[in-house]
Design a protein around this ligand. Structure first.
Ligand SMILES: *Cc1c(COP(=O)(O)O)cnc(C)c1O
Length: 374
């Protein structure tokens, strides 16, 4: 069993992916070839945002977004400590200060109720993460930002395809950033990412920053980065986009199958009714997480911990925070466990994972529990 099965996905789309890659090899425009603009148009339409700017990774998407806003040393960016390190990395690379606000223990997303007490005269941005694929509480966060004149950047690296009040993740605030790292819900075969905004001025700044701050060839009107997404990687995403909605449905079905077997038997990351998840992960919370993970491993079931150490306690980041900044994130870091998930996971595997997990907890699968929701 694979934690995320990319091989089966490739087999399912092999001819489309190969044809798309072959087309790039034939036309030879490896940098900013026609697939780049094509993908940007398709993704903008998919999310409803006016602009999509593809970039070389999700990390670069966050960095370029902050650069376009002019974030500089002394500025503060409010974010969650319970995320992949890239979220905080982009902030500190610009000399700005990450302010870690604790999470909601139910969803593991940034807790809006705790944000306002951490806003200062230096705060410029709130950067929530839509963790595990489920959008953060964007209405509450946008309202706080509006009251204080701040910009909201959704780190949607795990939630591309998710919806919130009928809108797509990445189009839920002024700026949305996603990643096409292979294991994300929509992945390429290397590094890639995208920024979404409906602000024309920001979009122009982002496009220039992506190419070394160039407004025209060899005219550098801003300081930028080398942050383009390869044409080949855009071609892979274009091919995978054809089946993406179907894959989202499959992820939802697999999650429902896990729910049917596990709910009521252990804690799981809560999912809100007013939004849908892209299910980058299906995550449960256990008191004896490490022991249970070892049992699953011994049974040949791969799992992962997202994330074992909150960002505010990482050695390189401790400088910006107090150890007692986010007790809920610290507690959840010891309890969360992500199970195998993906559109191609078989129902027999879901059943095996659930039975082994419950067995490790001294429980059993409910008799007659149907894995496939009717
Ligand atoms: C994966 C991820 C990133 C970084 O994306 P890359 O494409 O790997 O640079 C940023 N934030 C979150 C929450 C992620 O999961």
């Amino acid at each position: 069993m694979e934690f995320i099965d990319l091989k089966t996905q490739y087999q399912a789309m092999r001819s489309d992916i190969n044809a798309r890659i072959q087309a790039v090899l034939d036309h030879g425009q490896y940098i900013m070839g026609p697939e780049v603009a094509e993908l940007e148009q398709r993704l903008a339409a998919f999310t409803g945002a006016r602009h999509c700017i593809t970039v070389s990774s999700g990390t670069e998407a966050l960095l370029i977004s902050l650069m376009a806003l002019g974030i500089k040393p002394g500025d503060e960016v409010i974010t969650t400590p319970f995320s992949f390190i890239a979220t905080a990395e982009a902030i500190v690379l610009l000399g700005a200060t990450p302010v870690f606000v604790d999470i909601d223990p139910a969803t593991c997303n940034l807790a809006p109720a705790l944000i306002e007490e951490r806003i200062s005269a230096r705060t410029r941005v709130i950067m929530p993460v839509s963790l595990y694929g489920q959008p953060a509480d964007m209405d509450e966060i946008n309202a706080i930002a509006w009251r204080h004149g701040l910009v909201v950047i959704e780190d949607a690296a795990q939630s591309f395809g998710a919806t919130y009040h009928g809108r797509r993740s990445c189009n839920l605030s002024a700026i949305g950033c996603t990643s096409f790292f292979p294991s994300k819900p929509l992945g390429c075969y290397g590094d890639g990412g995208a920024i979404f905004t409906s602000d024309d001025h920001l979009a122009t700044a982002m496009r220039e920053i992506r190419v070394h701050g160039q407004s025209r060839r060899y005219m550098h009107t801003r300081v930028g980065v080398g942050g383009r997404m390869d044409t080949l990687q855009c071609a892979v995403v274009l091919a995978k986009l054809e089946r993406f909605e179907w894959e989202l449905e499959q992820r939802t079905r697999i999650a429902a199958a896990y729910d049917a077997l596990l709910s009521g038997k252990l804690d799981m990351v809560a999912r809100r009714r007013d939004r849908s998840s892209a299910f980058a992960q299906y995550t449960v919370a256990l008191d004896e997480r490490d022991r249970v993970q070892a049992t699953l491993h011994a049974a040949g079931i791969p799992t992962a911990v997202h994330y074992p150490v909150p960002m505010h306690l990482q050695p390189a980041y401790a400088h910006w925070c107090r150890a007692d900044d986010a007790p809920v994130a610290l507690a959840m870091a010891a309890r969360v466990l992500s199970l195998p998930m993906g559109p191609y996971l078989e129902h027999a595997s879901v059943q095996q994972v659930a039975a082994t997990l419950l067995g490790a907890l001294g429980q059993s699968v409910p008799p007659g529990a149907r894995c496939v929701p009717a």
